[in-house]
Structure formats: C-alpha cells, structure tokens
Design a protein around this ligand. Structure first.
Ligand SMILES: [Zn+2]
Length: 542
C-alpha cells in the first residue's frame, strides 16, 4: 500500500538548515514527522485522497525555533498584570486609561497589579500620583511596580485592604514616602512593598497565564522552550498542563538546585527521590539541574575581572563559595544529572570551570553536555577548558539587543568587543545555542538572530563586529545548536526526513532581506509535529 502524506507544504522556499545556502520547494509530513523533502514533482507522488496541501505563497519555511534558556512561567504571570513599560504606556494619560479599563473589568476590592513603569522614559517624566489612583480607583487596591522592582506606587485602598494605617511607621528595610506635610505620596520603597497583601498566583492562575504566553511563544516561531529555573510550582504546572492536554510546546526543565533569588533549591529533594536527566517524555522532560554563581551586568553584580565602568572597585558578586559549588557539582554528577550553571563574568566562569574539573565530569561520559549559562566574558583559557570538557555555552546573545546599551555603559566598548564571543565559540568547536532569558529580555528569537549578525542594540548602538555570525550560523544557534543542547539533534533543529515536523513560515526570507530587517521578520504560521498551532491574525481566547 502506498504511504500517503498527511500534509504537503509546497510553493515554498524550504530551508532544511542542514547545509548553508541550500533550499528546496516542498516537503511532506506523515504522523508528525518529515516523510520527504525536495522538488515538488517528487513530493507530489505522496499526495493521497486525504492529504492536505499548504501553499506557502513563495514564503520561506524554516525549522521552528528552540529557546535554550527562558523562564516561561515568569513571563506567563506577567501577562496577568498591566504592562506599564514606557513603550506600552508612554505618558500619564495612557496609564490612567489602562487603570480605568481594569477598574471597569474587576470587582470592587480586587487588586489591580501593574509593572514596568519608568518615569524617566515617559513623556514629561511624570508618573501617576496616589491622588490620581484614588480618584480613578477608589474601590480597587492598586499596586504598580516600578521597572527597577525596588519601588512601587500604591493607592489608599491598597493601604486599607492590607491593614496598614495611613500613619504607620516605616517597616524595617523600607519606607512609605511622605511629603513635607507628612502625607503619604503612595510611593513605597524596598521592603515596605512586602507588607502589601497583593494576591499570589494559584496553580490555576498560572495555567491560565500559560495559555496566553504559549500563544506568544508560538507567534515567535518557538516550538521548544527550556525552563531554566523549574521549582516545585513550575513542575506541577507543566505536569498538569500536559495531563490536561493543554501543553502545545515542548518544554525542557532545569530543576533549581540551591535556594537563592527567592527560589527554593531542590537538590536535596531531587537526590533523595533519584530524579535523573532524561526523566519524562518527548514533550516534557527533566534536562538537568541549574545553579547560579554571579549576578548581572545591568545590575553591576556579575563577577568581572576588572571593575565596572565608572567604579573604582566594583567587581560584582558571587553567591556561593567554590567549595560549596564543587560539592554540589559532584553530587549532581553522581546522581546522573546534567549541570547548567549561570556564570557571566570572568571570575564566575573560572569558578564554574574549577567546579566541573573538581567533579571530574570526563569520568561520567553518559552524563555529558553540561552547560555554562550566559557565558558572556570567557577568557581564552576558559574557552580552551570548555572545549576540553565539551561544555555548551548557553549564549544569551539576545541581551546584546534588548539591554546592550547597559552592557556598553557598564562594561565599556572594549569589553563588549569580547562579550558573547560567538566566532571564538565556533573556532573552539563549543556549541553555543542562543537565548533571551525571557522575561529578562524580549523573547522574539529574530531579535537575537539580528544582534548575533549585526552586534547592534535596540537603540541602534553599533558595537564591534569581530564576533558577529553569518545569518546561517545565527539561525542555527536557535535551531540545531539548541537541539543539541537538549539531546534533541536527531529529533529537531533541521527539516530532515524522520525528524519532527516542527517548522515556521515567515514573512521575509532571512537569507534575502537586508540585515537591518532581520529583526522585523514576522512569523506567519508555526507547526509543531505537523499540526498548525499558530496562524497570524487569529485571536487567542482565554
Ligand atoms: Zn535565566
């Protein structure tokens, strides 16, 4: 009996991404996998009476993106809050309008939570006041977190429902700002924010939020995403979503190892239970365990070798001692868990490599492909040792687009030259999947591809191009290289016969457009295992 295709994609510029520069016109899918790929005359033979045909209208078709490092549920929860970033609400009036809409939607007494505002980037450099909020939301408690996440603006109802008297003393480690007459301004700082009884999200809330977030990921062409800080709550949410048939993406989970950054560490529990890398199924599985050594460049807390620009002796911070890291790595390896470790500055990279060396990872060849996350400022010596130990660089090249200006300010142009060293990774044979660390930066992989090629920030600042990649290599960082990072290179990452039919149709051919336009490419449709999961222009219902 003839084996007919379920779906044939035709009249397309199909980039299998197996070989640079090659494309063909069609491919056929059967049972979620690629059955054949090539010229239409050949593929047409697989057309049966029930075969669906997708005419791609000469558009480019590529493997779907694989996001190698993100925090998908943090991003999801943000979808439940008002987005008050200056590009969404550029002035005071826009903020008032947004809150009025929430008031109309919500019951009296229900919290209105917003985040992301920055008066410095708003027209007139003016944010809303407590008096404004009291006027438009007298019956709704309002809590608006500033972009720095250290301060917030609240209204009188928020004080009332949190049972904080208007003449209360400042709580320890924080303060309620007051004007000259001693009246509250509504601006609350640091630990004073934690006395407000803002709602926490239930598992059900988070699952609802996932639906919105998942649609956004699919609209960016993402079919597989790695959750780099999976805790107990995240683990539950993903399990339930899958059980309830509500998970459309593939999710790789990296269990959070050590208590820090207000996340509870699970290494002891994971070890006691005996969970190993690979546990789960093709759609949802445990990739490994995640640790974190230093901070960030934006916060001047990454453990750098030379002080941050404009400081005499700020070398950043490390969160833990070498001896503890060594012990944790050894224990993880002995329990068959792959290790992923956040290390941005040179001093953190040195600690990470020393711990890998201490744990003698070469002696455990069945647990390989350990990762250094971000891996932003490796020295030549670090690169050699990464090569020797076959360590993957989870490169957050997306940072250079979204927060690249902060990198230039805090590191200086000279140091940014050797940050995200993709050409060096390539020369050393170090696999370097790209990522955005969403919601730390914007999650659209085309922005990462754009900056990997152009080394240009979102404001247009051009940095040195000696580490810039070709369009092909930049795309591979979010496709086959990321698949390798998940042990999925035989399943995903290229459009190859036998692999999963995870692909996207895009508005402009990335190999034809001017490099400046790479960031503007839109996804028209995203397919996961041969099933259309996203089509531009369709509204998501929640
Ligand atoms: Zn992260």
């Amino acid at each position: 009996m003839m084996l007919y295709a379920d779906l044939i994609v035709t009249n397309a510029r199909v980039y299998s991404m197996e070989v640079e520069g090659e494309h063909t016109e069609s491919f056929a899918i059967k049972d979620g996998r690629i059955l054949a790929i090539g010229a239409y005359v050949k593929i047409d033979e697989l057309k049966g009476p029930d075969t669906a045909i997708y005419d791609a209208d000469s558009k480019a078709v590529l493997p779907a993106f694989i996001e190698s490092h993100a925090h998908p549920l943090d991003f999801a929860k943000k979808q439940l809050e008002l987005d008050l970033r200056p590009r969404m609400t550029p002035n005071r009036e826009a903020i008032i309008q947004a809150i009025k809409q929430e008031v109309a939607k919500k019951q009296k007494g229900e919290w209105i939570i917003g985040a992301g505002w920055d008066e410095n980037l708003m027209e007139g450099k003016r944010f809303v006041t407590m008096a404004d909020l009291d006027e438009i939301a007298p019956e709704h408690p309002v809590f608006l977190l500033r972009t720095c996440v250290h301060n917030a603006m609240v209204n009188t109802k928020a004080f009332e429902l949190s049972e904080i008297a208007l003449d209360a003393n400042d709580p320890e480690g924080g303060s309620f700002e007051r004007d000259e007459s001693g009246t509250l301004t509504g601006y609350v700082m640091e630990d004073a924010m934690s006395v407000f009884k803002t709602p926490t999200y239930s598992i059900e809330d988070t699952k609802r939020a996932w639906k919105i977030a998942e649609e956004i990921f699919l609209s960016w062409g993402i079919a597989t995403i790695n959750d780099m800080a999976t805790g107990k709550e995240e683990f539950k949410v993903y399990q339930q979503l899958q059980k309830e048939n509500r998970l459309r993406l593939n999710v790789g989970m990296w269990l959070w190892g050590r208590t820090q950054m207000s996340r509870t560490g699970l290494q002891e529990e994971i070890t006691t239970l005996g969970i190993e890398s690979g546990f789960g199924n093709e759609q949802l599985n445990v990739q490994g365990i995640k640790f974190m050594i230093d901070g960030s460049v934006g916060g001047k807390t990454a453990a750098v070798a030379e002080p941050f620009e404009g400081t005499a002796n700020n070398y950043g911070i490390v969160y833990l001692k070498q001896s503890e890291l060594n012990d944790r790595f050894k224990k993880a390896i002995q329990n068959n868990l792959r290790i992923s470790v956040h290390a941005i500055g040179e001093r953190a990279l040195e600690m990470a490599l020393q711990a890998f060396e201490y744990a003698e990872i070469q002696k455990y060849p069945h647990i390989e492909r350990h990762r250094i996350e971000h891996a932003i400022l490796p020295t030549e010596d670090h690169l050699k040792r990464m090569q020797k130990l076959s360590i993957i660089a989870g490169s957050s090249i997306g940072f250079l687009y979204s927060i690249g200006d902060g990198y230039v300010n805090n590191l200086g142009h000279e140091r940014v030259k050797r940050a995200f060293p993709h050409q060096k990774f390539k020369a050393y044979g170090i696999v370097a999947p790209g990522n955005s660390d969403l919601p730390v930066t914007e999650g659209n992989p085309f922005l990462g591809v754009y900056t990997a090629v152009t080394r240009t920030t979102s404001s247009g600042t051009k940095t040195d191009r000696s580490e810039s990649l070709s369009v092909y290599d930049a795309l591979c960082a979010y496709m086959i290289d990321a698949a390798y990072g998940n042990f999925d290179e035989h399943k995903r990452g290229t459009l190859t016969v036998g692999k999963k039919a995870d692909f996207m149709v895009v508005s402009h051919d990335p190999f034809v457009v001017q490099e400046e336009q790479l960031k503007d490419i839109q996804v028209i449709a995203t397919y996961v295992e041969g099933v259309e999961q996203y089509r531009v222009g369709e509204e998501v219902k929640v």
